[in-house]
Design a protein around this ligand. Structure first.
Ligand SMILES: *Cc1c(COP(=O)(O)O)cnc(C)c1O
Length: 377
């Protein structure tokens, strides 16, 4: 067996290059080039503390981190005078933060989330020890507003934390925050908090037409996204955006770091804000919108090619995820597809090409014809 580390990483690299060619089932953009930032790997960058506060440790990228927060705050139509956020380790930590703020605000609240909610949310609710109720999903994966209303009605004496999802994991369904807000108003539940989990679709939600309500103007109190999904990054990252007035309620000064302890972890990745900053500065809003249009087109192409082969493929409105009946284990393994019950999906991330789709469809057709031959003889 080989024990030379340099040879081991050579073969790991060969393997990764091969594996990354066939990812159609997971939302990771791969079309990035951060080689300009290689030099920064030589420095122990650590963004410990609140990015918007003074810090004693200076080897950090807080300025870039704040610009990343400002970029998404604006995209999510946050109040220019009352927003805050930071770059997290990923969408899961961002969700944990949103729920943590909500619980500090309403310690006696109940959390409501749909059965299509990401598994990180259930774990976070367990960690925070908040009572919760699962709401039914509609067939397309969107929360069932009627079930939500009935359940809220039943518990209307309690403050309500609603966890909406903007882009569910399997079907990329989007819960309408304004409909949720309307229900809360109708039932006169004044003590409420809405956290929107927009891990995948938050990065392009502002460009979807017709608009699907999800942001601060629509009624969200905090929004989370993943940085390594639609934007793309060599390591996981995420962003949480919320209201500064909410953060102020949990801020505690820590003399050891000379800052406020407003984040979940102590030491924080200082490279990921730099990478995210670089990506959004290079793309700009227009570039990001173009990226989304490209993904939408690929999804439309993928759906139509599958339908041509008699496969019942469909997409939710404004979604880059094509949903269809579960495929064989061989195809699932080859293309790294996630399956759930009897469905699977292809997520048309910006790097997914029509020729990859063609190759995938060819595999399906080939498998079908060999199966039919077996059936005949
Ligand atoms: C990916 C995802 C998450 C978790 O994000 P990570 O960045 O993997 O931690 C949460 N919610 C939804 C809807 C997701 O798609």
């Amino acid at each position: 067996m080989n024990t030379n580390p340099d040879l081991i990483i050579d073969s790991l690299l060969t393997q990764l290059v091969k594996d990354k060619e066939k990812v159609l089932g997971y939302p990771v953009a791969q079309d990035f080039d951060y080689s300009r930032l290689n030099e920064f790997l030589k420095y122990p960058i650590n963004n410990v503390g609140d990015p918007f506060e003074e810090n004693t440790y200076k080897v950090q990228t807080h300025e870039m981190e704040c610009e990343v927060v400002e970029f998404f705050a604006e995209l999510f139509r946050a109040d220019p005078k009352n927003h805050w956020g930071y770059v997290t380790n990923g969408g899961s930590e961002s969700n944990l933060y949103g729920l943590y703020l909500a619980r500090e605000l309403y310690p006696k609240a109940m959390v409501y989330f749909s059965e299509s909610t990401h598994y990180s949310v259930k774990k976070n609710i367990h960690l925070l020890n908040i009572p919760s109720i699962t709401i039914r999903s509609q067939e397309n994966g969107e929360i069932d507003y009627e079930d939500l209303e009935n359940t809220l009605q039943f518990n209307r004496h309690k403050p309500a934390i609603i966890l909406t999802t903007f882009g569910t994991t399997m079907m990329e369904a989007k819960d309408d925050v304004s409909k949720v807000k309307k229900i809360l108003k109708k039932l006169a539940i004044q003590d409420h908090y809405i956290h929107c989990d927009a891990a995948l679709s938050g990065s392009y939600g502002a460009f979807i037409e017709p608009r699907i309500p999800f942001d601060f103007k629509d009624g969200a109190d905090s929004i989370s996204i993943s940085g390594h999904k639609f934007i793309g990054s060599p390591f996981p990252s995420g962003v949480i955006i919320t209201k500064r007035s909410l953060r102020d309620r949990i801020a505690r000064g820590i003399s050891y770091i000379g800052s406020l302890d407003t984040t979940i972890t102590g030491s924080r990745n200082g490279h990921s804000p730099l990478f995210l900053w670089y990506a959004i500065k290079k793309m700009g809003i227009a570039g990001l919108a173009k990226r989304f249009q490209h993904s939408l087109e690929t999804a439309e192409y993928c759906k139509n090619e599958l339908i041509k082969q008699g496969i019942k493929a469909w997409t939710n409105p404004g979604s880059i995820t094509v949903v269809f009946p579960k495929v064989s284990d061989a195809i699932k393994g080859k293309w790294q597809l996630a399956t759930d019950d009897d469905i699977t999906h292809i997520i048309c991330m910006p790097n997914v090409t029509k020729s990859q789709i063609d190759e995938f469809v060819k595999d399906i057709v080939l498998e079908k014809s060999t199966k039919e031959e077996v059936a005949v003889f």
